[in-house]
Design a protein around this ligand. Structure first.
Ligand SMILES: NC(=O)c1ccc[n+]([C@@H]2O[C@H](COP(=O)([O-])OP(=O)(O)OC[C@H]3O[C@@H](n4cnc5c(N)ncnc54)[C@H](O)[C@@H]3O)[C@@H](O)[C@H]2O)c1
Length: 420
């Protein structure tokens, strides 16, 4: 039906939308890849802040989006505004899900019910059963679901993957990863949802490195144990703010992942993160060592910026997401944060383009054929090719809520997790 530019509807006007999703979509709109943008939230006031964002106005002059609820029309606040938008959306546009983790499942189900393609921020959903259900609905209807694990689009990950798959490293044996967000997250909206009953530091951010190890090595995770002592957010709600996870892999390898909300605000980067994997060949050992925070850039400004976590001395990551001037008006997003969103949006456009003009039955068959190709290729995370992530999250949640007992992942006909 729609070989033209898809409309984009973004659910959730929060931090990731402000930082990465919306600037990427704006740039794709400027390039003529996508059409009008709508953003749905729960509070007109937070949409107003995003709508009037001075950084976006500078980078994307003349571009804007329709906020729902619309503060200019004094529309009422409420959690169901997005459902009305979906009802009016023509089928097979692009809906971006950037809601809190535990809302992904019901929201994506609703989005699929309205025949829409989906780009969702990670984690896709929180249980394997939910993932299988949504994957089945999407396959049936020939709708694409791309899960935005942007580390996959970092060139260093792609280089490591190619070398690993060519056998240059031997086999992964033991490794460590860490990703600690800045302290100011303690005072953000996170405290309203990243609480013990919904999520934890490992589920929220550790999944990136688990996915990356699977992406590079092709190995499957088979067991998870996660230690954390609940601690209060500033609003008094309890959260698993610091987590230590041990993930075992099908070949006996072990990955230790530490996560938390507490890298010093005065630390010179957006967070601290990296990964070290030790590998074994027949007569020699290999090593994959990525400093994912400090990438060789040191800048010292005369004074620090006004946003939370800004520092005068900066170890800027030039690779994730930056806005740079490349001629003309405004700024362009560069980095793997942009490339990842671009890839998924263009995949949706391709599925529509290559099935356009066919009879309904043939168009559905064509869309399914392309979805299967994306599943097989495995560059973009899809529900079918990254279901281990939901099993790890499920196992991690089972473990963390049971005093860090080991939770085993069982694959086979009906994959699932159980305490050992
Ligand atoms: N590195 C990454 O890949 C990365 C980084 C940050 C966040 N994320 C993911 O992005 C998602 C959102 O995280 P965030 O940091 O933007 O959180 P956030 O709390 O800043 O934003 C969530 C937004 O969703 C809105 N929302 C809640 N219920 C809604 C509803 N019914 N309808 C519309 N909007 C609703 C909230 O008002 C808020 O604006 C999470 O799943 C998170 O894990 C991924």
């Amino acid at each position: 039906m729609n070989a033209a530019k898809p409309q984009v509807v973004i659910l959730g006007p929060g931090m990731i939308t402000q930082l990465q999703v919306l600037p990427s979509i704006y740039h794709l709109q400027r390039q003529g890849v996508v059409g009008p943008i709508t953003i749905c939230g729960t509070r007109a006031k937070s949409l107003q802040a995003l709508h009037e964002d001075a950084g976006h106005k500078r980078a994307f002059p003349g571009q804007s989006f329709t906020p729902v609820p619309d503060y200019r029309k004094k529309e009422p606040d409420g959690p169901d505004a997005y459902k009305k938008v979906l009802e009016q959306l023509p089928p097979r546009q692009c809906v971006v899900v950037a809601l809190p983790d535990q809302m992904h499942y019901p929201a994506i189900k609703e989005v699929l019910r309205h025949e829409q393609h989906v780009l969702t921020v990670k984690p896709f959903v929180l249980t394997h059963k939910e993932a299988v259900e949504l994957e089945g609905i999407a396959r049936e209807k020939g709708l694409l679901i791309g899960v935005e694990y942007h580390k996959r689009f970092d060139d260093r990950a792609l280089i490591a993957r190619r070398r690993y798959r060519e056998g240059q490293f031997g086999e992964f044996k033991i490794g460590q990863a860490h990703l600690i967000e800045k302290h100011y997250y303690m005072h953000s909206n996170f405290q309203t949802w990243c609480t013990c009953e919904n999520s934890d530091a490992f589920t929220y951010i550790g999944c990136h490195y688990v996915d990356l190890v699977a992406f590079v090595t092709g190995l499957k995770p088979v067991s998870v144990s996660v230690y954390s002592k609940p601690q209060p957010w500033p609003n008094g709600k309890l959260g698993y703010l610091w987590t230590d996870a041990r993930v075992l892999w099908e070949n006996g390898a072990c990955l230790n992942v530490i996560n938390g909300f507490g890298y010093p605000d005065e630390g010179p980067g957006g967070n601290t993160q990296g990964i070290v994997l030790h590998t074994d060949g027949k007569d020699a050992n290999g090593l994959i060592w990525h400093s994912d925070q400090f990438r060789g850039v040191k800048h010292a400004a005369l004074k620090k910026g006004g946003d939370a976590g800004d520092t005068a001395f900066m170890e800027t990551n030039p690779d994730y997401f930056q806005l740079v001037w490349r001629g003309g008006d405004g700024l362009e997003p560069v980095g793997y944060g942009f490339r990842s969103i671009e890839y998924i949006v263009k995949a949706i456009c391709r599925v529509e383009r290559e099935s356009a003009g066919l009879a309904a039955k043939d168009a559905l068959a064509k869309r399914r054929e392309l979805l299967a190709q994306y599943d097989r290729e495995g560059l973009m995370a899809t529900p079918a090719n990254s279901a281990y992530n939901e099993l790890v999250i499920e196992a991690g949640r089972l473990s963390i809520t049971n005093g860090a007992k080991e939770a085993v992942i069982e694959y086979g006909k009906e994959p699932g997790v159980r305490l050992n």
